[in-house]
Design a protein around this ligand. Structure first.
Ligand code: ATP
Length: 354
């Protein structure tokens, strides 16, 4: 089984190195037989190849069993015509990685920002919605009508709504069998109405699932007040992006929450947070999100390929993260500790092969 590692921008290389230290340790100790190819995307690729994501690399990606992808600092990319492709967005649509699975859970014994511990998963649709850059066959649906008037079009399809709702229900069947649909159908009666209607239709395929729905603004308040109320949350692209940052920070830090972008045949591990340019190159970033994302990729592969050893390796990595997080001194600065990115990764790697 072969994975490709693309570290990306700013803190990307540091958190990817830390995650790879853990994965390599587990791979060796458990004889998983994983092989790795390494390549570049983002600013380094722009400098070397004139594009943040080159054609030859895109064509090769589906031949891998999985992708380990660092964050991109798209805000400073030149226009796409000059090689500045937002590779995260591009790969989501090009490879149809439509399901963004974003867990947020408080580490055992620690819930500094909430009254109670919580453990929820946000399932976010990635290929359409408010993100106008991925809504058109040709061109971009984010337009200047006059220099002072902008129009951004949202696309919502029954197909995409139903398949993301189905993934959420399947996930809930492995957990507490509860799904909450987050929307704004009271105002966006067609677009969000279609999302809600599709989710309810899919829920009928899962008679054991209890489905409720919450309006997105109320959801922000509910997450702060009582995040333990939720099990699996399914929502559109933009709401999912915002709510998952909120849930991750409530769990302790933006650097804590793992994430995968899954299609039907291919999956990419990518940390929930962005490229964090303010702390890049300083060995300060918390690599937990990237380590847990890689663990989620192993879990996804374990389920897809019937490889129990990968599933077990994923839970060993997650347990090792919990053990290090439980000891504040070994945490990174965002969690009140004094370890740097690399030392945290090394500590998790040691725990993972105990
Ligand atoms: P994007 O638009 O790509 O999501 P963003 O600009 O919204 O990115 P992030 O890069 O996700 O923001 O991070 C916001 C801030 O949170 C960072 O500036 C950084 O201070 C902090 N942060 C993010 N990730 C981490 C991490 N892994 N460890 C510690 N702090 C982090």
């Amino acid at each position: 089984m072969k994975l490709i590692v693309l570290p990306g921008d700013c803190i990307g290389p540091e958190i990817t190195d830390a995650a790879m230290a853990v994965l390599s340790a587990v791979n060796g100790a458990r004889g998983l037989g994983l092989a790795f190819d390494h390549d570049i995307v983002g600013l380094e690729s722009l400098e070397k190849h004139g594009s943040t994501l080159r054609e030859g690399l895109i064509a090769r990606l589906p031949s891998y069993d999985g992708i380990i992808l660092g964050p991109n600092h798209g805000a400073i990319y030149p226009p796409a015509s000059e090689g500045g492709i937002n590779y995260s967005a591009y790969l989501r649509t090009k490879l149809d990685l439509y399901a963004n699975i974003r867990p947020a859970r408080t580490p055992p014994g620690k819930h500094p920002h909430t009254a109670n511990p919580f453990d929820l998963i946000i399932v976010r649709e990635l290929t359409e919605g408010h993100y106008a850059d991925r809504n058109m066959h040709e061109g971009v649906a984010d337009l200047m009508v006059t220099p002072d008037v902008a129009v951004s079009l949202r696309k919502v399809t029954r197909f995409a709504c139903e398949r993301i709702a189905r993934r959420a229900c399947e996930l809930a069947m492995t957990r507490d069998k509860r799904v909450t649909v987050v929307h704004k159908a009271n105002v966006l009666k067609r677009g969000d109405g279609l999302f809600l209607e599709s989710a309810r239709a899919v829920a009928k395929e899962f008679p054991e699932i209890t489905m409720d729905d919450v309006i997105v603004d109320a959801m922000a308040a509910w997450l702060v007040r009582a995040p333990e109320r939720f099990d699996v949350v399914v929502t559109g692209n933009l709401y999912g992006d915002i709510l998952s940052d909120l849930a991750a920070e409530l769990s302790g830090s933006l650097g804590l929450a793992g994430s995968i972008m899954a299609g039907d045949d291919l999956c990419a591990a990518q940390a929930q947070h962005g490229a964090a340019p303010d702390i890049a190159g300083q060995d300060k970033a918390n690599p937990t999100s990237m380590i847990l994302s890689v663990a989620m990729l192993l879990e996804w592969l374990g389920a897809r390929r019937g490889r129990a050893d990968l599933t077990q390796a994923a839970s060993a990595m997650t347990k090792a993260v919990d053990q290090v997080l439980a000891d504040t001194a070994r945490c990174t600065a965002d969690m009140g500790g004094s370890n740097g990115t690399a030392a945290f990764g090394a500590a998790v790697a040691r725990e993972a092969i105990q």
